[in-house]
Write a protein that binds this ligand. Structure first.
Ligand SMILES: Cc1cc2nc3c(=O)[nH]c(=O)nc-3n(C[C@H](O)[C@H](O)[C@H](O)COP(=O)(O)OP(=O)(O)OC[C@H]3O[C@@H](n4cnc5c(N)ncnc54)[C@H](O)[C@@H]3O)c2cc1C
Length: 368
């Protein structure tokens, strides 16, 4: 998007774009794939069809960044220099941050729309009732609403497939509210009430035992949801029975060594997520590994000719494609201004816009 808009505004800019992938995936539709209302194949397009014409597409994987010398090195060992660098490599799934998760992911009754939405549908389709657990990690995640969207769709599906009356739907989250924006949280709590969903707050997922089908949590009110905006704020006066639950169900959690286990018959989760390793180990990273940029200008905090955006950037907003749409014109304006007058374009700044279409059932959503 940045490359296309730069070229449109100034066709003389010489652009090299590193992208090793052959396919581009429209990830927001994976929520619908998981609920069988969208075809996975249709979420993919050939990369060549989305590449702007007139750029130099370098089909290589960047492995090293040396911003002090304006240099980028690829896995193939090729070196490139630049006048300006835009960094937007997304984030990586980091299942290794939860014990047992690398072995459990996308197998049997453990599924995730983040990694294999076709498997999610297999799990929902074959679910015969019991405990349906939906959960998310303490790290930042992309599309903070996605772990809930599939839960509302799944609940709707369970009604249709006739297993809802023998199913307990649980949402276990590290946060203290269902959504960080009050009017949206209010609507979602109505959805939760209507669907009779059991919410469990302050839950930090620490282990998945795939064999015994138990998700282990540490519980603590000081657990942070990794800066994920969706899980912040207060409880809007809602009473949480047993202090950490809403819509309390008889506490079936297994207590062992100070941890609480939830026995599940199916589990959907957002795996922990982290900055790509080549970013985290580079001089561009902050202490959390993300690209350190100014919130408003998206300019790197140390290297003036470097800009960062998208999921990889350290920004205090929810990581979404919608947010990127508002970030791109800021980066483009600033680079063009720097080329022409060596300073930033003060007329544009990123104001933190993000958006989330929270699907609440088949054919229903709240647009946050
Ligand atoms: C299930 C799900 C539901 C979602 N729902 C929504 C939604 O409803 N609305 C919304 O706005 N957003 C949603 N999102 C989030 C949205 O998809 C992301 O925020 C967005 O794709 C991030 O874009 P990005 O360009 O930063 O990263 P990506 O889209 O991940 O793209 C990164 C690109 O960088 C390339 N790359 C990575 N490493 C390197 C390297 N070392 N060298 C060269 N190239 C590299 C990759 O090949 C990739 O093409 C959802 C995501 C998921 C998973």
């Amino acid at each position: 998007m940045v490359a296309a808009q730069l070229l449109k505004k100034n066709p003389k800019v010489d652009i090299g774009l590193f992208e090793p992938a052959k396919k581009h995936y429209y990830q927001p539709a994976w929520t619908l794939v998981g609920a069988n209302t969208y075809d996975y194949e249709k979420t993919a397009r050939s990369m060549v069809s989305v590449m702007p014409k007139g750029i130099n597409w370098i089909k290589e994987y960047v492995s090293d960044l040396d911003p002090a010398n304006n240099k980028v090195t690829t896995k193939d060992g090729n070196e490139f220099t630049y006048d300006y660098l835009v960094v937007a490599p997304g984030l990586r799934m980091a299942p290794e941050l939860v014990k047992g998760l690398p072995e459990a992911m996308d197998k049997g009754v453990v599924c995730s729309n983040y990694t294999d939405p076709n498997h999610t549908w297999d799990v929902l389709k074959n679910f015969k009732g019991g405990t349906a657990l939906f959960t998310q990690p303490t790290t930042p995640i992309k599309c903070g609403g996605a772990p809930q969207k599939i839960m509302y769709l799944a609940e709707d599906h369970f009604v249709k497939s006739g297993v809802r009356n023998k199913t307990n739907v649980i949402f276990a989250t590290p946060g203290s509210v269902i959504f960080g924006v009050k009017p949206i949280a209010k609507t979602l709590m109505e959805v939760v009430d209507r669907k009779d969903i059991n919410l469990r707050f302050h839950h930090k997922l620490v282990e998945v035992d795939a064999e015994k089908q138990i998700a282990w949590y540490e519980i603590g009110k000081d657990i942070k949801a990794g800066g994920c905006v969706v899980m912040s704020g207060d409880n809007e006066g809602k009473t949480i029975d047993e202090s950490i639950q809403y819509n309390y169900k008889k506490n079936d959690a297994i207590k062992e060594n100070g941890r609480y286990g939830i026995k599940f018959d199916m589990m959907h989760l957002a795996p922990p997520q982290a900055a790509p390793k080549f970013i985290a180990s580079s001089p561009l990273a902050n202490e959390g590994g993300w690209v350190s940029v100014s919130d408003k200008t998206l300019q790197h905090t140390k290297f003036d000719n470097v800009f960062g955006l998208g999921d990889a950037a350290q920004l205090p907003t929810a990581k979404t494609g919608a947010a990127i749409r508002k970030q791109v014109p800021v980066v483009v304006g600033n680079i063009l201004h720097m080329i022409s007058s060596k300073n930033l374009d003060n007329s544009k700044e990123y104001k933190g816009y993000s958006s989330c279409p929270l699907v609440t059932g088949y054919g229903k959503m709240v647009l946050a």
